[in-house]
Write a protein that binds this ligand. Structure first.
Ligand code: NAD
Length: 312
């Protein structure tokens, strides 16, 4: 059982509830706090849904866990041995809340941020004890994607890094330790893929529908089974070198954001949350897609985990 027995999750928007449910499942007493009463109320339903998914995944579990909801920060932080921050991605907000963490927590409470890419060293610069500040970047949906980027800042202690990785393993996830780099590794790779995909669509080389089919069944399916480094070994360096020598020069390297995205934003088409983006959705379709995708994630994760376990 984890040495972290009492964890606070601060911010219960998109990410907080799934993180809280995953931690509670391995026996942790989780306190959730949000400045918005509405977000806190909505989190209760989201935690319930995440718990259902974790059951279907047959994710690691231990008795004694619980989730409580607080509208008072000091009460949520009292006696916690770890705090997981998931408030909006703005450095000034993170600074403000980390200063409050230090006021209400013991000096050895681990302070982790779910930031998507703000340097941990920059977050920790307002802290008296920067050695216990660490990045703990969960992927969305957090109760489904079993990989967490663990990013030490310049002053993070080795002990805090090791304890954080142990917790990640205990929830059945893979900790991936990285040095600080803008966007961290996952988003750098994702955004490199997105830039090329959008460029191909912008130039009319392929339709959005056909692009998705290509990527899902081409590199998507393949990469879920074989990581890119292992894929290089499978293909052979000579092949990669031969193709990369002419293709790398032709790949998109624009440093602004695709005109397709800019145009959609100008039309108010932000995606599912506005009923449409690149594709159109009715509310019923959105409901159906969410269920179908959650079920597919469960099936695929279980299949890959079973295959990995067999391979040792
Ligand atoms: N959404 C994603 O896909 C995703 C994935 C990985 C990491 N992240 C990162 O996780 C963090 C949270 O992202 P999100 O998508 O859950 O954001 P969100 O906007 O959905 O939720 C943030 C919540 O924080 C609350 N909040 C704002 N200020 C607060 C404060 N001072 N104290 C307590 N609560 C406060 C808001 O009311 C809101 O409910 C960000 O740093 C983001 O970059 C997001």
């Amino acid at each position: 059982m984890t040495e972290f027995k009492r964890v606070a999750v601060i911010g219960t928007g998109t990410m907080g509830p799934g993180m809280g449910a995953t931690l509670a499942r391995i026996g942790i007493d989780v306190a959730m706090y949000d400045v918005s009463a509405e977000a806190l109320e909505r989190a209760k339903g989201m935690v319930g849904m995440a718990e259902g998914v974790l059951d279907r995944l047959e994710a690691p579990s231990a008795p004694g866990g619980s989730v409580s909801y607080h509208d008072d920060l000091a009460a949520a932080l009292e006696g916690r041995d770890m705090v997981l921050e998931a408030i909006p991605e703005r450095l000034e907000l993170k600074h403000e809340i980390f200063k409050q963490f230090e006021q209400h927590c013991a000096p050895d409470t681990v302070l982790a941020s779910n930031t998507s890419g703000i340097p941990i060293t920059a977050i920790a610069e307002v802290c008296d004890h920067p050695e216990r500040v660490i990045g703990n970047h969960w992927s969305n949906p957090p109760h489904l994607i079993p990989m967490i980027e663990v990013i030490p800042g310049e002053k993070t202690s080795q002990e805090v890094l090791e304890r954080t990785c142990t917790l990640v393993r205990e929830i059945g996830y893979h900790p991936v330790v990285e040095k600080e780099v803008p966007g961290f590794v996952e988003n750098r790779v994702l955004y490199a893929i997105m830039r090329e995909c959008l460029d191909l669509v912008d130039r009319g080389i392929v339709s959005p529908e056909a692009l998705d089919l290509n990527v899902r069944w081409g590199i998507g399916y393949k990469l879920a089974v074989i990581g890119p480094m292992a894929l290089l070994d499978m293909a052979g360096m000579d092949i990669y070198n031969a193709v990369g020598s002419y293709l790398n020069k032709d790949l998109c390297n624009r440093d602004d954001v695709s005109s397709t995205i800019q145009d959609l934003i100008a039309e108010g088409r932000l995606g599912m949350k506005t009923g449409g983006g690149l594709f159109d959705y009715t509310p019923e379709q959105i409901d159906e897609l969410r269920k179908q995708r959650a079920a597919a994630f469960v099936t695929v994760r279980k299949a890959i985990e079973a295959s990995d376990a067999k391979a040792g």
